[in-house]
Design a protein around this ligand. Structure first.
Ligand code: ZN
Length: 62
């Protein structure tokens, strides 16, 4: 028994908040609302170093 669930994912543009149901499978190339190709890209926060110091120094006897 092979049941395939066809899921229709609602796409939401993070830029203009436009929500739509893409007809074609896969990722829509553009947002129909603002025609932006980066509609699903989340902001990437670059984290700076948390200030962790490497504690790799082990007392070696010279
Ligand atoms: Zn949009």
């Amino acid at each position: 028994m092979g049941m395939k669930m066809v899921r229709v994912r609602q796409a939401t543009c993070i830029r203009c908040n436009y929500a739509w149901l893409p007809r074609k499978p896969g990722r829509p190339t553009k947002c129909p609302g603002c025609f932006d190709g980066d509609w699903d890209k989340k902001r990437i926060y670059r984290k700076k170093g948390t200030g962790k110091k490497r504690a790799g120094k082990k007392g070696k006897k010279a």
